[in-house]
Design a protein around this ligand. Structure first.
Ligand code: PFF
Length: 454
């Protein structure tokens, strides 16, 4: 974002919520949340997630939006303006979208491939046990779909037609939500779904570990587009009379509600088609393995499957566009190159880095950075969500709580409305979140090093 230009603002209060929700709702809800919920014990993950959302998620989102609105700047500039020494936090935050965009686009490529699958009438083949693995372990096919997705994102960013996409997605999003609810109802009324529902909703405390917390907090930040500077940028476009606290509630409710629905399509789906005992072993392919089985069993399922993946593609595109915009604006603020050149360079960089994640399931599958059975995509995902984002969140809390002080944020929130949960905000930002984040980070490092098993 060019910081010297006067910022335009969202024309309506709802406009802000919709735009922020558009960035928030994406593959994080549909692809990432369900497989993490399945992998980390179902109900206990859900409970941890909800508790973290109403505490950590709330505080961090209020802080980021207020920081953006107060300074009128995007991430690096915002921290720098408030305290020169803290500009580094802006740079660390900026690294997150740079890491996420390439592998996000690989998954976007998978979604695009599945549209092709249904258009070609191969819905039954897609429901077969090896279809997905055969696809991702190939060399050229996943790369081509990934490249198509990146180029589609780049074209929108290059020609500045986000407005058009936003208009279409305003219509597509509600359709996606309604269709997902319909699919979830279909799945949970199948025989055998009850065991999956129980797994999804009833917490089993014996499955609680530091890994559950780390996975849930990483997912929370990812899904809400937090701890990466994006909400600061969105906040910089928000009008001074818009209610920050209410907006945060609305975005969180929408985003988490949709993740919950996505989980309801997929987690009980595993129980119906392959048995609950397989849930623990879930990985990034879960959505692509389970949903084709669901569609193959439904009357008219192949058409619904095609429609579903088209809608998912839109949700993924609105998110990848906002990711690429962020990356482009970071470089635009720093280099003297034209926007066009920067978009082209970012596109090439995304293609090159994403190649690693794409090939990580095929010819590069011998590289298993996080241990047996993990992929390069898992590695990039881990570095951004489980390492850098919790560190950014921790530093943001310290910055807000002890450097600029929580009053700076409170004053900004109160410009437009009462701050009902101010006390909770202060206690979380100053004490609970920093201590919690340090505990989560330290135990996860010790766990990874094999020093403890928590
Ligand atoms: N929150 C998005 C999702 O859940 O899919 C991911 C994301 C989109 C992160 C856009 C960051 C961003 F700028």
């Amino acid at each position: 974002m060019n910081e010297v230009k006067k910022r335009s603002t969202f024309s309506s209060k709802l406009g802000f919520v919709l735009a922020a929700a558009g960035s928030a709702v994406g593959l994080g809800n549909l692809w990432r949340f369900p497989y993490l919920a399945a992998k980390y014990g179902g109900g206990i993950f859900l409970l941890t997630y909800v508790l973290l959302a109403v505490t950590f998620g709330f505080a961090l989102m209020v802080a980021e939006i207020a920081l953006g609105r107060k300074t009128g700047l995007s991430v690096v500039g915002a921290y720098k303006k408030l305290n020169k020494k803290w500009a580094f936090l802006g740079y660390i935050s900026a690294a997150v979208p740079i890491i996420i965009l390439p592998y996000y686009s690989v998954i976007g490529g998978w979604v695009t491939k599945y549209i092709g699958t249904y258009v070609m009438g191969e819905g039954t083949a897609a429901a077969g046990p090896d279809y997905f693995n055969n696809f991702i372990s190939g060399t050229w096919e996943p790369i081509i779909w990934f490249a198509i997705f990146v180029l589609a994102t780049a074209l929108v960013v290059l020609f500045g037609v986000e407005k058009g996409i936003e208009r279409v997605s305003k219509f597509m999003m509600p359709v996606l939500v309604i269709l997902s609810i319909g699919i979830a109802i279909y799945v949970i009324t199948r025989p055998g779904a009850l065991a999956g529902l129980k797994y999804y909703f009833v917490p089993d405390f014996s499955k609680l570990s530091s890994k559950t917390f780390l996975a849930a907090i990483g997912q929370l930040f990812y899904s809400l587009s937090l701890a990466m500077g994006i909400m600061i940028t969105y906040g910089s476009y928000m009008k001074k009379d818009a209610n920050i606290e209410n907006s945060v509630f609305q975005i969180e409710l929408f985003d988490s509600g949709f993740a919950l629905i996505a989980g309801l399509m997929i987690v009980p789906g595993v129980a119906v088609f392959s048995g609950v005992e397989n849930l623990d072993a879930s990985g990034p392919g879960l959505m692509f393995q389970v949903l084709p089985q669901v569609f193959d069993n439904m009357a008219g399922g192949h058409i619904i499957g095609g429609l579903f993946f088209i809608l998912v593609l839109f949700a993924a595109l609105t998110s990848s566009i906002s990711l690429m915009e962020t990356v482009v604006s970071i470089f635009q603020d720093k280099c003297k190159l034209s926007r066009r050149t920067i978009v082209i360079l970012v596109t090439i960089g995304t293609l090159l880095i994403g190649l690693l994640s794409s090939l990580g399931f095929g010819v590069l599958s011998f590289i298993q950075p996080l241990g047996e059975g993990t992929s390069l995509l898992d590695f990039f995902d881990f570095i951004s969500n489980s390492v850098i984002m919790p560190i950014v969140a921790l530093l943001t809390c310290i910055f807000v709580g002890y450097v600029i002080k929580t009053k700076t944020i409170s004053d900004e929130v109160k410009l437009s409305s009462k701050f009902h949960f101010e006390k909770m905000f202060i206690v979380i930002t100053k004490y609970i979140a920093p201590i919690g984040l340090v505990l989560i980070l330290v135990s996860s490092v010790l766990n990874t090093l094999g020093v403890i098993t928590l």
